[in-house]
Write a protein that binds this ligand. Sequence first.
Ligand SMILES: NC(=O)c1ccc[n+]([C@@H]2O[C@H](COP(=O)([O-])OP(=O)(O)OC[C@H]3O[C@@H](n4cnc5c(N)ncnc54)[C@H](O)[C@@H]3O)[C@@H](O)[C@H]2O)c1
Length: 336
Amino acid sequence: MEKHVKHRILVTGGAGYVGSRLVPRLLESGHQVAVLDLYLYGEAPLAAVRGNPRLKEVKGDLRDPAAVQSAMAGCDTVIHLACISNDPSFELDPGLGKSINRDCFPGLVRAALKAGVKRFIYASSSSVYGVKETPNVREESVCEPLTDYSRFKLDCERILMEEAGTSGMTCAIVRPATVCGYAPRQRLDLTVNILTIHALVNRRIRIFGGKQLRPNLHIDDMVRAYECFLDAPAEAVHGVPYNVGYQNRSVEDIGLIVRQTLGDEAIELKYEPTDDIRSYHINSDRVRDRLGFVPRHTIEDAVQGIAEAYRVGLLKEPMTNPLYYNIKRMQEVKLK
Ligand SMILES: NC(=O)c1ccc[n+]([C@@H]2O[C@H](COP(=O)([O-])OP(=O)(O)OC[C@H]3O[C@@H](n4cnc5c(N)ncnc54)[C@H](O)[C@@H]3O)[C@@H](O)[C@H]2O)c1
């Protein structure tokens, strides 16, 4: 999509996995970007753009109104990514998770209204649906979140509309699939990424169960989707949840794709039993039909991206480095 308008955008969590690809892209497109982040995964993820005169970085906590106010000053758009971003790290300290993922959210929305923000883009999750047997999990499917992480994602969608639905601020709700691929802040605790790194390092992929479906989205398409929500007509996005995913594949198929993409038949697929047969899959026709957003990058692309990064030494001690694993890092930083 052509970029007509230059925005002043606050990206909360801009130094995280998605943010570390999104922020450079927004700067490249000519936008002004403010990042509010605790930099739980270090400062290196934004090193390539540090010093860009259109980038402002605020190292601070989402729960601190002064930090929020300082980061948000002068912004017309918010892309809210910051959170404790998976079930295991959330469950490590549910009180902490709730304080970040839910309790401070009304204050964040009010701060945006006060600052005169015109558009608030909220990163929800496709996990809000829970497990569904139906083949097409569309946005009108009943949401039955199974964990607090997912429940609070759904709560925040509602809170956003309660606080700002009639204010004139455009509220966009994005429900992404599981993201995959390489980023300067790498996550290796997401399905495609996990299987890829195991194949590269151990030449063995452990498949627990295997028939469970997972919805996937390449990180470049995640970034393109946020760009699309920046410029989409207000009436098309306001208060309307959008699934954003591409390929729904079984865990076993993802393992096979990884092996084939790496071109190494000696990579062993080791099947192991599991009690966790949760199967997730989403339908993303709405974002294509209403906003014209079509993903371009495949699971194979994601595998290749990670393999390339590994081969050139961008992933340091990938099996053990806490920076790649949210739960390990949260155990280490002991955030309160
Ligand atoms: N990655 C995925 O597969 C995926 C899928 C669906 C939805 N999402 C959502 O997208 C968003 C981004 O995900 P991600 O994978 O980039 O997560 P991430 O964990 O890599 O990044 C989260 C960032 O938020 C920051 N942060 C955490 N608590 C904070 C606080 N109290 N104050 C300020 N900063 C804080 C962290 O330092 C980190 O940089 C999240 O909201 C996540 O729930 C991600």
